[in-house]
Design a binder for this molecule. Structure first.
Ligand SMILES: Nc1ncnc2c1ncn2[C@@H]1O[C@H](COP(=O)(O)OP(=O)(O)O)[C@@H](O)[C@H]1O
Ligand SMILES: CC(C)(COP(=O)(O)O)[C@@H](O)C(=O)NCCC(=O)O
Ligand SMILES: [K+]
Length: 274
């Protein structure tokens, strides 16, 4: 089975894909760039034990990360524990996407992985909306060109900044209030975040569509990330909510690149056994 890891700024999501290409188990660890390899090893072993996963069931690992200090750590962890050299989404892997942007090296791996999944599952032209630590929106045309997009502060960190910087603002649950005109501080903040982000997504997607517009082409929109079900669900411009989009993209990328990697893993495992 294939183990995929999506290392975001808030969560590290791990998922195991079965032979039918379905997620059989998944778990989340908090992202902490100060944790050591030993600490993450313990957490991964614990999670695998909890889900009754044997190391021998794992044939391959693929990692996408937007937290660079954790890349060598996880690469070494899998090599040392299981004799598997993970495939890392970085320069040199086949994505099937043409990066039509100024500096392809600087593009966040999760944005590429989402684009791969969106294009494969829904077809282009498509817009991806990732409501995670940051809110990102990306445009991919029907030729598989990644055209670029926006990066905004995400919902969780916007709320944190707001309550940290304003003495009179208390912490609050991020949820949908019935009306935008709030009658108290908490309701006003909930409305600002909920209706504000809904508006931000819809407005930006409309603007993207006008910039991508080609006659007769319908542009689809897919949302993912921790806040997709809260915000994305209610956006009139969003067609699909797909929480596992990044995980699916990783699976597809592994399939496209695994031949070389399987050979490498045979070598790594036999070296480890000797
Ligand atoms: N079901 C959920 N699982 C995980 N995170 C969630 C969920 N619902 C809301 N969130 C929020 O989404 C945010 C993280 O989103 P995520 O897409 O995991 O971020 P990243 O990929 O940047 O690590 C967190 O701040 C969390 O509070
Ligand atoms: C924009 C991001 C911070 C989003 O990260 P996330 O919210 O998924 O943790 C990440 O994709 C990133 O660091 N990108 C590098 C800059 C770029 O994509 O242009
Ligand atoms: K993400």
């Amino acid at each position: 089975m294939l183990l995929v890891l999506d290392i975001g700024n808030t969560n590290i999501v791990s998922a195991l894909f079965d032979e039918q290409n379905k997620v059989s188990v998944s778990w989340r660890l908090q992202t902490d760039r100060h944790k050591t390899k030993d600490e993450y090893t313990i957490l991964m072993l614990e999670a695998m034990e909890n889900h009754a996963i044997e190391a021998t069931q794992i044939d391959g690992v693929i990692i996408s990360s937007v937290v660079p200090p954790l890349n060598p750590l996880f690469t070494e962890l899998f090599q040392e524990q299981w004799g598997i050299l993970p495939l890392v989404v970085q320069k040199g892997i086949k994505t099937g996407i043409n990066l039509r942007i100024d500096d392809p090296k600087g593009l966040g791996a999760d944005r590429i992985v989402n684009a791969v999944a969106a294009l494969h599952i829904y077809g282009g032209p498509i817009i991806t909306v990732d409501l995670g630590t940051a809110t990102t929106i990306c445009a991919i045309n029907d030729k598989g060109d990644f055209l670029g997009g926006v990066i905004c502060p995400g919902i969780g960190i916007s709320v944190e900044a707001l309550v940290d910087q304003a003495s009179q603002l208390p912490r609050f649950d991020i949820k949908r209030p019935d009306q935008a005109i709030g009658k108290n501080t908490t309701a006003s903040m909930q409305a600002g975040i909920y209706y504000g982000y809904r508006g931000l997504v819809d407005r930006l997607v409309k603007r993207f569509k006008s910039e991508m517009w080609e006659e007769g082409q319908e542009v689809k929109v897919v949302a993912t990330g921790g806040f997709a079900s809260l915000i994305g669900q209610d956006c009139s411009e969003v067609n699909y909510i797909h929480p596992s989009l990044t995980l699916e993209g990783l699976r597809i990328l592994y399939e496209r690149n695994s031949k070389v990697n399987e050979k490498v893993n045979e070598a790594v495992r036999s070296k480890k056994a000797n």
